[in-house]
Design a binder for this molecule. Structure first.
Ligand code: 4NP
Length: 155
């Protein structure tokens, strides 16, 4: 059984598709399964935002076959680790948790870089032009730490 990791943002079209693609590229596929979801439903079935696809491509990652889906309560049982992009995602996901085991699976992703600081990955959707590049770099650094930890824990 592979270890399962879920990346969560609001729309599942900008940040979490990048996080999924980046983390998956750093882990062996036979041992780890990485997916992503959004707390909202507006973009269900949609491809990642073209700006996320473009910045991923710049770093040799193809995320274009991903399709957005909404986070569902059963994800707490399916996944071993759930990383959220910001404090708002954290509140929305924790609200759906049914027990303490569910809650302990949920972490704010940048706490992997800045422990206990609860720093948000900014939503780049309506943001500045290089917002997607900034988000990519933040997620790449965080995923380096996550991948190292996961490989050390599950070998
Ligand atoms: P994401 O960005 O949460 O990083 O996928 C968003 C994209 C679209 C919307 C919200 C967030 N939206 O409300 O349409």
């Amino acid at each position: 059984m592979p270890v399962k990791i879920l990346m969560v943002c609001l729309g599942n079209i900008c940040r979490s598709p990048l996080a999924e693609g980046i983390l998956a590229s750093k882990l062996p596929k036979d041992k780890f399964f990485v997916d992503s979801a959004g707390t909202g439903s507006w973009h269900v079935g949609h491809q990642p935002d073209s700006r996320s696809i473009a910045v991923a491509k710049k770093y040799q990652l193809d995320i274009s076959s991903q399709r957005a889906r909404q986070f569902k309560p059963e994800d707490f049982d399916t996944f071993d680790y759930i990383y959220v992009m910001d404090k708002s995602n954290y509140r929305d996901v924790i609200h759906l948790a049914k027990n303490e085991n569910h809650k302990t699976k949920v972490q704010i992703i940048l706490n992997e870089l800045y422990p206990n600081e609860n720093v948000d990955v900014p939503d780049p959707y309506y943001g500045i032009a290089n917002g997607f590049e900034i988000v990519y770099q933040m997620l790449d650094e965080a995923c380096n730490n996550i991948a190292a930890k996961l490989k050390a824990t599950h070998h």
